[in-house]
Design a protein around this ligand. Structure first.
Ligand SMILES: *[C@@H]1O[C@H](CO)[C@@H](O)[C@H](O)[C@H]1NC(C)=O
Ligand SMILES: *[C@@H]1O[C@H](CO)[C@@H](O)[C@H](O)[C@H]1NC(C)=O
Ligand SMILES: *[C@@H]1O[C@H](CO)[C@@H](O)[C@H](O)[C@H]1NC(C)=O
Ligand SMILES: *[C@@H]1O[C@H](CO)[C@@H](O)[C@H](O)[C@H]1NC(C)=O
Ligand SMILES: *[C@@H]1O[C@H](CO)[C@@H](O)[C@H](O)[C@H]1NC(C)=O
Ligand SMILES: *[C@@H]1O[C@H](CO)[C@@H](O)[C@H](O)[C@H]1NC(C)=O
Length: 190
């Protein structure tokens, strides 16, 4: 009776050690590093065990909307999902500047695309006129504000001088100025 119990115990131990070996063998299945997609960042260079998960990340300036980014290492040794296909971020339509020329129809609004604003003829600006679509998904600068070009005070002529404050700005951006002369003529300056 006692011997029988010992034998049963031994058999159980053998069975258990087999089971442990089987468990170990199952856990040995690992996934190779997940593939790097064309639009995803480099992946960790490590094999991973079954059940562990990996988070894909888009390249800078790219995004994947409503994508499943989490891959799980399956017990087949494969990852549950392939790398996502991320797309270039889009900064959207350009805001309109003040006194700038109309924005041409053909312009691109995606990551790293840029656009150069132009002032209307006769207008100028010190603002940055080149804006670029950034990885923050927004344009690098606000649109410029252009001001009427100021020619400064006209020079004195021979026997003529400008009358201070007598400058008239016209809508066609030509500036007229009364200049006192011997004959009170009006000079047209451009
Ligand atoms: C990954 O690691 C192995 C061994 O550490 C190395 O031989 C191999 O070049 C590495 N691969 C990359 C892509 O870094
Ligand atoms: C695992 O991936 C290999 C190719 O890498 C493929 O041949 C095999 O069918 C895949 N297994 C499963 C279960 O998808
Ligand atoms: C992502 O895919 C895995 C299978 O690969 C799934 O288990 C998980 O629920 C999915 N997540 C979402 C948010 O769809
Ligand atoms: C990404 O695009 C490739 C090629 O069109 C396709 O085979 C793959 O299934 C796509 N991946 C996903 C996650 O949709
Ligand atoms: C631009 O800057 C220059 C020098 O700093 C200044 O004289 C000029 O008035 C500025 N022009 C505009 C449109 O702000
Ligand atoms: C023009 O002449 C006036 C005097 O009549 C003088 O005060 C002014 O400095 C002159 N301006 C220039 C630009 O020479």
């Amino acid at each position: 009776m006692r011997w029988l119990q010992v034998l049963q115990l031994l058999a159980l131990l053998v069975f258990l050690s087999d089971a442990v070996e089987i468990t170990t063998a199952t856990a040995v299945i690992r996934c190779n590093p997940p593939a790097r997609g064309e639009t995803t960042r480099p992946v960790t260079n490590q094999t991973m065990s079954t059940g562990s998960s990996f988070e894909y990340q888009c390249n800078v300036g790219y995004e994947c909307i409503d994508c499943n980014m989490t891959a799980t290492c399956l017990n087949t040794g494969n990852w549950s999902i392939p790398p996502p296909n991320c797309s270039r971020m889009d900064c959207g339509p350009l805001p309109v500047g003040v006194n700038t020329e109309g924005i041409s129809d053909e312009y691109n609004t995606k990551y790293l695309d840029y656009y150069r604003y132009r002032c209307l003829t006769g207008y100028t600006t010190n603002d940055t006129t080149v804006v670029q679509c950034l990885a923050s998904k927004s344009w690098s600068h606000p649109p410029p504000t252009c001001h009427v070009r100021n020619c400064g005070t006209p020079a004195n002529g021979t026997n003529t001088k400008p009358i201070p404050g007598n400058i008239v700005t016209l809508t066609d951006t030509t500036t007229l100025m009364n200049v006192q002369t011997d004959t009170n003529q009006i000079l047209r300056l451009q």
